[in-house]
Design a binder for this molecule. Sequence first.
Ligand SMILES: [Mn+2]
Length: 385
Amino acid sequence: MLFMKHKIKNLEKASERIKKAVLNKERIILYGDSDLDGISSVVILEEAIKSLGGSIDSAFFPDREKDGYGVNLNALEILKDKAPALFITLDLGIGNLKEIETANKMGFEVLIIDHHETLFGMPNASIIVDPKQESDNYPFKGMANVGITFKLCEEILGDKISKSLRNSFLELTALGTIADMVPQVDENQKVIEEGLRSLKNTFRPALRAFLDILGEGSVFEGSLQKIISALNASESINYQNESYFLLINPSLEKCKDMAQHLINESQQKQFKVKEITQEIERRIMQKPDEEVVFEGDPSWKLTLAGSVASIISQKYEKPAFIFKKGDKESCGSVRNPKGTNSVEAMKTCADFLLTYGGHAQASGFRVKNEDLEKFKERLNNYFRK
Ligand SMILES: [Mn+2]
C-alpha cells in the first residue's frame, strides 16, 4: 500500500501497555458493559492476553439497574485492595470522569476502550482508545466496542495470531456488532461477514452449544437473533455475568445447559417486553399529539427498557423514552428514528439531568422524579422543530 494505514488513536499505545503488563506479571482487571458488545470485548481481550502467556485477575460487569451504567464507586470499593493494577474498561468508561479520578487515587492505572461519545470532557485515564474522541482522525467512527477491541487484539498479538484464533475472535466480533445495532457498513460489514462465515464451524463450545440446540442451519435462517437475544438476556449479579461464563467455558456439555438456560430467560424476557409494550400502547392512545413517547413505571425493569423503546420507536416513528420509575429517581433507555439525535436532544436538558449518554439513536438517562415533567416538556419542544 502506498499510504501508511491510519490507526485508531492510542491503539498501539494501549497494546504496548498491555504487553508490558503481561511481561511484568502486573495484575489486570477487565471491567466491561453487561451487554453482548461489552461481554464479547472482555472475552476476546482476555483470550488475547492468555495467548500471550498472561492472565487476568478478574472480569467485572456492572448491573445497570442496581449499580448504574459505567464504572461505579461501589465496584471500585470492592476492587480497591487489588491496586496497584491495570484497570481496563470496555464499552464504557468515557463518561466516568469522577469514578476514574477515584480509581486513580486508589492506585489503579486506567485504560479506557470505548466507542461512546465524549460528552463531559475527557476522563483522566492513562490511555484512552475511543474513535469518537475529538483528537482521533480515524475515518470510521461507527464501530461497536468489540470491533475496536478486535483491532486491539490484532495489534497485541501481531504475527502470533493464528488463523483459528482470529476467526474465533471474529465470530464474537460479528455477534457483538450485530447486537449493538451499529450501522452494518464499512468495517462493521466486513467483520460481520467474516465472523458469520466462521461461525458455522465454530470451535467455541458456547457457540457450538447454541448451534446444536437451535439446529445447524440457524446461522443462515435469521435465528441468529435467537443466539444474540440469549447472550444479551443475562443480567449481571454481584458484577458477575452468566453470558461471560458461558462464552469462556471449555465444556460443551456445560455450555449446552447454560445456553438452554439463557434461551429460556430470553423467551421470558420477550414475553415481558410484549406486556410492557402493550401497556404503553394503551397509554399513548390517549395522547396522539405528543412528539415523543415518554413513559415510565415502577414495575418495569430497566433492562427491558431498551427493547421496549426500540419496538415503540419503530412502530410509531417517534423517539421513545422508556424508564423505570424509582423512589426518587428514574432511569431509562431511549431509541429514536433515523435522522433524529436523542443525545443532542438531552443536551438541552443537561442543566438538570443526573446522567445521560450513548449514541444518536440509542441512549440512556437518569433524572430526578421531580424533573420528569420538565424533561418531557423540553423533549417535546426539541423534537417539534
Ligand atoms: Mn457498545
